[in-house]
Write a protein that binds this ligand. Structure first.
Ligand SMILES: [Fe+2]
Length: 164
């Protein structure tokens, strides 16, 4: 009994030392920037050193990404619309859960207007040409810089993206 109580005290003390605050972003606190033709991007959170980045897109039918490979794991959460990879048969729709393991290579193609996807990305995206040669690299840091540049250009100033 005494051992159990001591353990509880120890856990409580440990948790109270760090006490990190939870961080909340309301839906409108970080804006979508326009990438052209109604395709939109927002960057919600970036861990610079770990190269972990969480973004959200609104895509329109016909949008296609370059073929790319991920150096880390990626999760995609779709809340509306429809999209797929050229290389796969499954279709992501509202409520879909997608896990892309590190090393996966694919080409995103949007099937319906107003397709909303939130991405939880570890590592870099390596964009590839038809021969599999890397043509460009996107990291959390570079995506954030690109997003902030578009925010300035489109009159949104500097939104409170969570940056670590
Ligand atoms: Fe991908």
């Amino acid at each position: 009994m005494h051992i159990h109580e001591d353990a509880e005290v120890s856990v409580v003390r440990h948790l109270s030392v760090d006490d990190p605050p939870s961080l909340h972003l309301g839906a409108d606190e970080v804006p979508f920037v326009d990438l052209g033709e109604g395709n939109m991007l927002k960057v919600l959170q970036v861990f610079r050193l770990e190269n972990v980045w969480i973004t959200e897109n609104i895509f329109q039918r016909g949008f296609e990404s370059p073929k790319h490979v991920h150096t880390g794991n990626v999760w995609g959460h779709t809340t509306s619309g429809a999209w797929k990879y050229k290389e796969s048969d499954f279709v992501n729709r509202a409520g879909s859960f997608l896990y892309e393991p590190a090393g996966a290579a694919h080409t995103l193609r949007i099937l319906e207007d107003d397709t909303h996807v939130r991405w939880h990305i570890h590592g870099a995206n390596l964009n590839l040409d038809d021969n599999g040669v890397v043509t460009s690299i996107i990291t959390g840091e570079s995506r954030l810089a690109y997003y902030f540049e578009l925010c300035e250009l489109q009159g949104f100033g500097r939104p409170p993206v969570l940056i670590h």
